[in-house]
Design a protein. Structure first.
Lengths: 314, 349
């Protein structure tokens, strides 16, 4: 009975389905309708600015001037690449990236090794370790400015410096300021490296270690031959993300030192911000600088991705 | 000389008793098989011997030396895991050389090369030596795992279902190779499996394990021909043994649902018994009983007949392809000297 009904229902639906307005939309058209808004948004917000800024990087344009952009060819690029001040910015950024990424990798990996084995409270401790990652960089910067403060900050007493006259001025000393930013960044982002490493570590099957134990492998050998190679792909991804972030470092610097003292912590991003939105609003020159940063980041990312692919191929 | 002795081993995991008073003695050069269903405690026994698991009670002796507190590395055993436990990112050669390169051994590289190529030749994986392990097939991986065990001369090879992840054909050929290898090398081996064919074909001796206890311990002949319990009888042999409940009546064991009768044999004095008849011991063609053929399964080398008599369906194996047709009513008998009598609790009478 129900079968008959179903059949009848089917045929009547076929008969009584005239081409209504909604029916006329082909699948292709529906696809287009769904994708179109995204594409328009992408073009307006990403692709147009990208191309326009590439154009601007070859002009002397400034957003606050009423003059139209004038084509100056490669002048902006030659200016940046021949100016020692810019090279200083790049060197600062590079040093910062190297220090903070390598420290985060070491600390993050060590934390992952510690939290790898399950013990009472390991779950809650893992969650707590992740908290810094969830904070806004500006909030972090403001708090650490208080922590670093030479007269009432808590860091110096913890480190054993009780005399205000001899204790280090973390943010005021050109030799220490970059380290201060590195410390804060490591504090905030080591948990991220730890998280990815934990994922990698938990994927290593226990029987590999058991086989190694029976094969009389030393602990170091087990670490180098089993643990490290298995975690490496995820570790590299963490390092890639952190490197890209390090090259873009802006908010922590802005919140902690504003690039000071002098130009000791002036990263490329900070300099870029100043060129583009302070003083002369040199839009053309800053676009050129932004493109140089882009090329550097793409190049470095490519190196990592190649290393990653080599690892995957085994 | 290698000689493994377990004395009263017990092991608990939380509330479950995994092993209960396991005692075993594996002699030099012996191929010993632990047979049992999943969860019987076979792997746990192996891991206790290897030192990967610590027993709660009892003692492990290797070559008469008490090993209860010894680390896995100090026990000088080789372990082949069910999963192919190869070290990733290393070539086959490096995998095979791994146990020899241990800082505790300090072998010269020349001897390592000699032993690795020797093992590779035995397992026919010489052409794979330079390959990375990720690019091997399942059978090749398990060969390498076995190779990693035979490069050194351990006291005993512990093999935890090494063939169960392979397809049927590969399993068969590797089974033959393993047995050959064991006989030519004279290596003492403890082999764990749930596959009765593997156990019967490879073992010098078999211990049947169920729920953490050893049910029977003997040669494949003993296990097959004199099963200690109905559990063992059902565990080995395909198709399965026929178990028929029978009662003592008028001078013979008779079945309530069918007109079958069995003469009393060597001391089977119980009122009610379970009679075990191996399918090959059901002889169609001649005999005192009649039944109808319900199903014919031709396998080429033999044919399985399902014969129904009364309420009982008996499995019967005849060799070759049989001309017996479905629905045919035939007479059959039993090889009376080969019947097995068990009490109602399953113990052999």
């Amino acid at each position: 009975m129900s079968q008959v009904n179903a059949q009848r229902g089917l045929s009547s639906r076929q008969e009584t389905a005239p081409p209504t307005g909604r029916r006329q939309l082909s699948d292709m058209r529906i696809v287009q309708l769904f994708i179109l808004p995204t594409i328009i948004l992408l073009i307006l917000m990403n692709i147009f600015p990208l191309i326009y800024s590439l154009f601007l990087s070859f002009t002397n344009y400034s957003v606050i001037s009423s003059d139209p952009p004038v084509w100056v060819g490669l002048d902006n690029y030659t200016h940046i690449l021949s100016d020692p001040d810019f090279w200083h910015n790049f060197a600062t950024t590079g040093t910062y990236a190297l220090l903070s990424v390598s420290l985060q990798t070491i600390v993050g990996f060590a934390l992952a090794m510690l939290l790898r084995s399950k013990f009472a409270g390991s779950g809650i401790i893992t969650t707590l370790v992740l908290v810094p990652m969830m904070l806004s960089p500006i909030v972090v910067a403001v708090f650490w400015r208080l922590i670093f403060n030479p007269s009432y900050g808590i860091l110096n007493p913890i480190l054993g410096f009780t005399d205000i006259n001899t204790s280090p001025e973390w943010l005021g000393d050109p030799a220490l300021a970059l380290w201060a930013i590195v410390i804060v960044d490591v504090w905030q982002w080591s948990p991220f490296v730890m998280l990815l490493c934990l994922a990698g570590l938990s994927a290593i099957p226990e029987y590999l270690y058991e086989a190694a134990a029976i094969d009389r492998a030393s602990v170091w050998f087990q670490f180098r031959r089993i643990t490290l190679p298995q975690v490496m792909p995820l570790l590299l991804i963490a390092v890639l993300f952190r490197t890209i972030e390090a090259f873009k470092q802006f908010d922590l610097v802005q919140g902690l030192t504003f690039g000071g003292p002098g130009d000791a912590t002036e990263t490329v991003s900070v300099e870029l911000y100043r060129l583009a939105f302070q003083g002369q609003f040199e839009t053309g020159l800053s676009s050129a600088l932004a493109y140089i940063v882009l090329v550097v980041i793409v190049a470095i990312s490519n190196l990592y991705i190649r290393a990653l692919n080599r690892l995957r191929e085994g | 000389m290698s000689d493994v002795r377990l004395e009263n081993i017990s092991k608990r995991f939380g509330d479950t008793l995994a092993l209960e008073g396991i005692s075993l003695h594996i002699h030099d050069d012996e191929f010993f098989v632990l047979l049992g269903p999943t969860g019987a405690g076979k792997t746990t026994t192996l891991r206790v011997i290897a030192g990967l698991e610590k027993q709660d009670d009892g003692h492990v002796y290797l070559d008469d030396r008490l090993m209860d507190g010894a680390q896995p590395a100090d026990r000088d055993v080789a372990f082949v895991f069910q999963q192919y436990s190869l070290y990733p990112n290393m070539s086959v050669y490096d995998n095979l050389a791994f146990p020899l390169r241990s800082p505790l051994r300090r072998l010269p590289e020349g001897e390592i090369r000699q032993r690795v190529t020797g093992a590779a030749e035995k397992l026919r994986i010489t052409h794979l030596l330079e390959r990375k392990t990720a690019r091997l097939s399942g059978g090749e991986m398990q060969r390498v795992s076995i190779g990693r065990a035979i490069v050194r001369q351990p006291r005993i090879f512990l093999m935890d279902e090494p063939l169960s992840n392979l397809d049927a054909k590969l399993r068969e050929s590797l089974r033959v190779e393993l047995k050959h290898l064991q006989k030519t090398q004279g290596s003492t081996t403890l082999f764990v499996t749930h596959d009765q064919i593997e156990a019967l074909t490879m073992a010098d001796r078999i211990a049947v394990l169920d729920q953490g206890k050893i049910i029977q311990n003997g040669t494949p002949f003993d296990i097959y021909d004199r099963p200690a319990t109905t559990f063992v009888a059902q565990m080995v042999g395909t198709p399965r043994i026929n178990l028929i409940a029978a009662e003592w009546q008028d001078g013979a064991y008779r079945t309530p649902g069918a007109a079958l009768s069995f003469a009393r044999q060597n001391g089977a004095a119980a009122e009610k018994v379970l009679v075990g008849v191996r399918p090959e011991d059901v002889r169609p063609g001649a005999g005192d009983f009649r039944g109808e053929v319900m199903l014919v399964e031709p396998l080429g080398v033999e044919t399985i007949l399902h014969i129904r008599t009364g309420e009982i369906t008996l499995l019967c194996v005849v060799s070759g392809l049989s001309s017996i047709q479905l629905g045919e009513v035939l007479s059959f008998g039993f090889a009376v000297e080969r019947l097995h009598f068990f009490d109602m609790n399953g113990r052999r009478l």
